[in-house]
Design a protein around this ligand. Sequence first.
Ligand SMILES: CC(C)(COP(=O)(O)OP(=O)(O)OC[C@H]1O[C@@H](n2cnc3c(N)ncnc32)[C@H](O)[C@@H]1OP(=O)(O)O)[C@@H](O)C(=O)NCCC(=O)NCCS
Length: 328
Amino acid sequence: MSKLRAAIKGVGAFVPEKVLTNADLEKMVDTSDEWITSRTGIKERHICPPDKPTSYMAAKAVEDLMQKSGLTPDDIDVLICATVTPDTVFPDTANTILHTINAKNGFGFDINAACSGFLYALTVGSKFIETGTYNNVVVVGADKMSSIIDYTDRATCIIFGDGAGAVLLGSTTSGNGVIDSILRGDGAGREFLHMKAGGSAKPANHETVDNKEHFVYQDGKPVFKAAVNGMISTVNEVLERNGLSTKDLDWLVPHQANMRIISSVGDTLDIPKEKIMINIHKYGNTTAGTLPLCLNDYEKQLKKGDKVVLTAFGGGFTWGSVYLIWDY
Ligand SMILES: CC(C)(COP(=O)(O)OP(=O)(O)OC[C@H]1O[C@@H](n2cnc3c(N)ncnc32)[C@H](O)[C@@H]1OP(=O)(O)O)[C@@H](O)C(=O)NCCC(=O)NCCS
């Protein structure tokens, strides 16, 4: 019997019905389907209704997860929600999700690590399981990026979309499950990707609204470079630490930020495209939602024993890689 580890026992997801295509964006800003497709690989993204918050999508994803896995709301011990678009500054979104699904026996909290949020939350959630004290930990990645995007800024509005995914972590002694995790952060990167106002450093006022400081600001080129380097280095590090090479991998699950970033990571690591989960064309960058949305889309192709590395990079900067062996 191997040591007690956390394993993913189920996956659920939700994306809102409304689709914003590249053709729609052509009517909103000076851009083209050709530019967006060739520079990012994105064809369309889903947009949440203005009156529905992040917790609405997250609760739908958790309901999907419960329906597929047989989990009931009262089985949930801990719910961790990774998001940069919480419903409110406080209380946290995880609490609202638990209330929405009528879960009464657990507690929850949010993690803000931008596009790496799901990796951070997956790692923290796994630790709860490894203590042996908690049986069912739900890890959600959800973002309503449309609530913080300036749809007159062509540099950012073409990239992001809304969506949510959730996984159930339970325990296993099979030797499978979450094996290792390497997470990194460097606040020096914050100047390249951030929201200028709305926090304690610059509370909201008329001026911040007039100056459009409540939207995502991004300097794309340095982010692109750091994302490629950060993902490659931590994938290599986590594989080496476990005596593996990229040839041993069955799946790479990369954050879906830009198809050119994904290709560059895959090519450098010499991982064939068939082993890389890709759905950026359908959803764009859903920030904390991308990794669980990938797992959900590829769930049927995953087999027990598959060696999987998830990797992400995001604002902060934050980045990292998690190595796990699929357990169902
Ligand atoms: C944002 C990103 C797609 C821009 O691609 P890029 O190749 O770096 O493009 P640039 O910013 O250099 O812009 C090139 C030109 O296209 C123009 N352009 C920018 N957005 C455009 C758009 N939507 N449509 C048409 N042209 C556009 C620029 O104005 C620029 O024109 P110029 O040469 O006349 O000045 C790319 O930098 C990127 O994906 N960065 C990482 C983003 C990311 O991963 N963010 C999430 C965090 S993980």
